[in-house]
Design a protein around this ligand. Structure first.
Ligand code: ZN
Ligand code: ZN
Length: 144
């Protein structure tokens, strides 16, 4: 099994993440908790075991939340810039790392979408919208 090493950081760069991922675990979560805390329609996560996950540069701040299942979770974030970094169980055995804070985060294509029932209807039609390469007025993108 190939080991995929990743690194990343929060927006301000204070907190760095180094991890080795569990192969094939790329999940898009559309639950309302992820929508609220990410401020978007879904969140993409990759997974790492606790012993393969390392934070450097400073301690992450965290809050404890409880999921619908009743499970308690630790949600780690940067106390300086507020970037969301990871979530894990209270024993820190399994880390869900926010793919968006990884250097090559956009390369991770979700293998499964969970909580699709709370996904906004327009997400399934996202390719039909107007896509611009950069900001307003930039080049129109073409899809096959
Ligand atoms: Zn930060
Ligand atoms: Zn979620």
């Amino acid at each position: 099994m190939t080991k995929v090493k990743v690194s990343g950081s929060c927006h301000c760069g204070k907190i760095k993440i180094n991890a080795t991922l569990i192969e094939g675990k790329v999940i898009a979560c559309h639950c309302t908790d992820c929508q609220i805390s990410a401020g978007g329609p879904f969140r993409v996560i990759v997974q790492s075991n606790g012993e393969d996950f390392e934070i450097t540069g400073g301690a992450a701040e965290y809050v404890k939340t409880s999921a619908d299942s009743g499970n308690h979770r630790i949600q780690g974030f940067c106390g300086t810039c507020g970037s969301s970094l990871y979530a894990c169980d209270l024993n820190k055995n399994l880390f869900n790392i926010r793919a968006g804070c990884l250097e090559n985060g956009s390369e991770f294509s979700p293998k499964v979408h969970i909580f699709g029932g709370s996904s906004p209807f327009w997400l399934k039609e996202i390719g039909k919208s107007s896509w611009l390469e950069k900001g307003p007025g930039s080049k129109q993108m073409e899809f096959d």
